[in-house]
Design a protein around this ligand. Structure first.
Ligand code: KQY
Length: 369
């Protein structure tokens, strides 16, 4: 594996869309006891179902710590590859490489990772194991790796349409805990040079109270070039309304890199999801403080789906809009099965959401080689 100290776009590499063909998907076996209830047991059950669905149509690589290897191996189907790797938590979207392609081969980008805001407003410390994962994964896959560790970025904060357009949010990329010495123009230039893009569409904010400082992958996602789904509520008394309306206005007045007007499909949110007393049980404290409190509102959104080769896997919250989300996504992905993350009628998404994110945040696609 070569470490490359120049920009992917200098070599003609760009980030393909998630709906392009995948070789596979990377996940990290959950283990963090202050993120996931009961030693991550409930989250692991959700992971097994998620991985079963993904592995129906692409290869899956699961990174497990030394202590978790045997459990992960025995819980997962035999076609899933389990590799031992250290990690601080389980958010592959943010710590695995972002892959770029030139149409002939793929390479990985190794961004700097500081747990969503470093010592300013990051979510845990230390994060050095997570920060080293992208390079190790490039090595494992025998892919050259662009060294961008001087620039803090998580994969969940950008979406690409594969045709030169990047979606992101100001709330996240301009947050003081990421790259405080860079201006918005500097960051836009950096996104274009690293992701091989021509145009960045800046939304203002992400989902209300999203602890990542508003990752775009929870509020808006491309479903095809020129088309997006936007997390939406019609409830004007919900603080989310103003946020989603602001996104809608920006998207409807934007053109993408190819000069297309963006078509926006409103993906209705579930009713606000709050933590109960029992949701907060079985979580270790961090720095001697509870990490979750009963009554906290979680950043629940159907937009945090994963697009596998033949299946789109969607969070489900036991809400009347669960079915509507599956129906809308079925029309937008007509060649794929659209599946909710449920097993034997158990809703598994809240077990994941307690950790602070959902399906998309836990997965990172590897485009075809
Ligand atoms: O949503 C994500 N991309 C990650 C959330 C991390 C939360 C850590 N508790």
């Amino acid at each position: 594996m070569k470490i490359l100290n120049h920009f992917p776009s200098d070599d003609g590499f760009y980030m393909p869309a998630e709906f392009s063909a995948h070789f596979g998907c990377i996940l990290i076996w959950p283990h963090r006891r202050d993120s996931w209830q009961f030693g991550a047991y409930a989250a692991q059950r959700a992971f097994v179902q998620l991985i079963r669905l993904i592995s129906e149509s692409e290869k899956v690589i699961v990174c497990a710590r030394f202590d978790d290897y045997d459990n992960a191996r025995s819980a997962l189907p035999s076609q899933v590859r389990v590799v031992e790797m250290s990690s601080d938590d389980s958010w592959a979207r943010d710590v695995a490489p972002t892959f770029v392609t030139n149409g002939q081969c793929i390479r990985g980008i190794d961004w700097g990772f500081n747990a969503w805001g470093g010592l300013y407003d990051g979510l845990y410390f230390p994060w050095d194991k997570d920060n080293k994962m992208a390079r190790k994964l490039c090595d494992l896959l025998d892919k050259d790796c662009y060294n961008m560790r001087h620039f803090i970025l998580e994969g969940g904060s950008v979406h690409s349409d594969g045709e030169g357009t990047i979606l992101t949010t100001e709330e996240c990329l301009l947050s003081p805990g990421r790259n405080p010495d860079m201006s918005k123009d500097d960051i836009e230039d950096m996104l274009c040079r690293t992701l091989g893009a021509k145009k960045v569409i800046w939304l203002k904010r992400g989902i209300y109270l999203d602890e990542t400082n508003g990752h775009v992958d929870n509020i808006c996602a491309f479903t095809s070039p020129g088309e997006v789904v936007l997390a939406w509520t019609d409830d004007k008394n919900d603080p989310q309304y103003e946020i989603s309306k602001e996104c809608l206005d920006i998207l409807e007045s934007s053109e993408d890199a190819m000069g297309r007007k963006i078509k926006v499909h409103k993906l209705l949110l579930p009713k606000p999801v709050y933590l109960t007393e029992s949701d907060c049980q079985g979580l270790d404290r961090f720095n001697d403080e509870p990490t979750r409190h009963p009554g906290d509102r979680l950043a629940a959104s159907y937009v945090n789906f994963y697009i596998a080769n033949k299946t789109v896997i969607v969070p489900q919250f036991g809400d009347e809009n669960d079915k509507k989300a599956l129906e809308l996504l079925s029309t937008l992905f007509p060649t794929r099965k659209v599946a909710g993350l449920i097993s034997n009628d158990a809703l598994l998404s809240k077990d994941l959401l307690i950790g602070g994110g959902n399906i998309h945040c836990l997965t990172q696609q590897i485009p075809i080689f």
